[in-house]
Ligand binder design. Structure first.
Ligand SMILES: Cc1cc2nc3c(=O)[nH]c(=O)nc-3n(C[C@H](O)[C@H](O)[C@H](O)COP(=O)(O)OP(=O)(O)OC[C@H]3O[C@@H](n4cnc5c(N)ncnc54)[C@H](O)[C@@H]3O)c2cc1C
Length: 213
């Protein structure tokens, strides 16, 4: 899995990932590139990546994420006086993400996909698309992934239904992990983000158990 980073060096990362895919993904997808659907150009990029893989005869591996550097990207673009690469609304990002899932399932003979998301609607959509396409829950070409300590309700329920689920485990020295942990904390502070969703779930469960009014 090659992670996606800030847009100003993503082209280089994409180039390296595609070189590795052309070399190692001849029989199945082993190397995966990451596509950030908060960028307005990335659905087109997914389609171009698919066409390139078809032309060169290798399997495309993609991890689909919404994207982690929203504020940084917008600030960088504003400073440079250029258009931000980020969608102008969360709704547009959600639509791009779900369209990308649809595209991958439609082209599953050539694409392997890992849905790196904590968003219940997107995870549910992928299970529905798989069901509609007659794809088994444990098909090795489709994975779900969540970060350790986040969205366990998604990971556990998907795994219980037989879907392939991975949990990303950050490890390393504290000072090296701090930028990563800081990003997660920033993400969690957004109103539409993970913490509010998980807090709502925990609060309703506490109420159900009579531990909270
Ligand atoms: C397994 C895994 C691997 C990951 N790997 C990477 C990686 O390699 N690179 C990377 O960049 N990120 C990575 N992420 C983080 C990911 O990009 C998201 O930041 C995070 O998962 C939150 O998005 P969500 O899909 O879970 O759901 P949600 O909480 O529904 O979506 C939040 C996301 O929506 C987008 N968004 C929010 N507000 C707006 C707005 N106003 N306009 C446009 N878009 C908006 C942002 O991307 C924000 O992070 C990974 C996440 C997971 C679970």
């Amino acid at each position: 899995m090659v992670d996606a980073e800030e847009s100003w060096f993503q082209n280089t990362v994409d180039g390296l990932a595609h070189e590795a895919m052309a070399k190692y993904n001849k029989k199945r997808a082993i190397v995966f590139n990451t596509i950030q659907l908060y960028r307005h150009d990335r659905l087109a990029f997914l389609k171009e990546s698919f066409e390139a893989a078809e032309r060169a005869g290798y399997f495309l591996g993609v991890k689909l994420v919404r994207g982690a550097y929203l504020e940084k990207e917008n600030k960088h673009a504003a400073e440079k006086g250029v258009r931000s690469p980020i969608n102008t609304s969360k709704e547009l990002t959600d639509k791009s993400y779900d369209d990308a899932l649809r595209f991958c399932v439609e082209h599953i003979d050539r694409i392997s996909v890992c849905a790196g998301t904590h968003n219940e609607q997107s995870a549910k959509l992928l299970t529905q698309l798989m069901d509609k396409a007659g794809i088994e829950a444990n098909d090795p070409r489709i994975h779900f992934a969540q970060l350790l300590g986040m969205s366990d309700h998604l990971s556990f329920n998907l795994a219980a239904k037989g879907f392939n689920v991975a949990k990303y485990v950050p490890y390393g020295k504290v000072n090296e992990l701090l930028p990563y942990l800081t990003r997660r904390a920033q993400e969690n502070s957004s109103v539409l983000g993970q913490t509010s969703r998980e807090l709502n779930l925990l609060t309703s469960e506490m109420k159900r158990r009579g531990l909270k009014r």
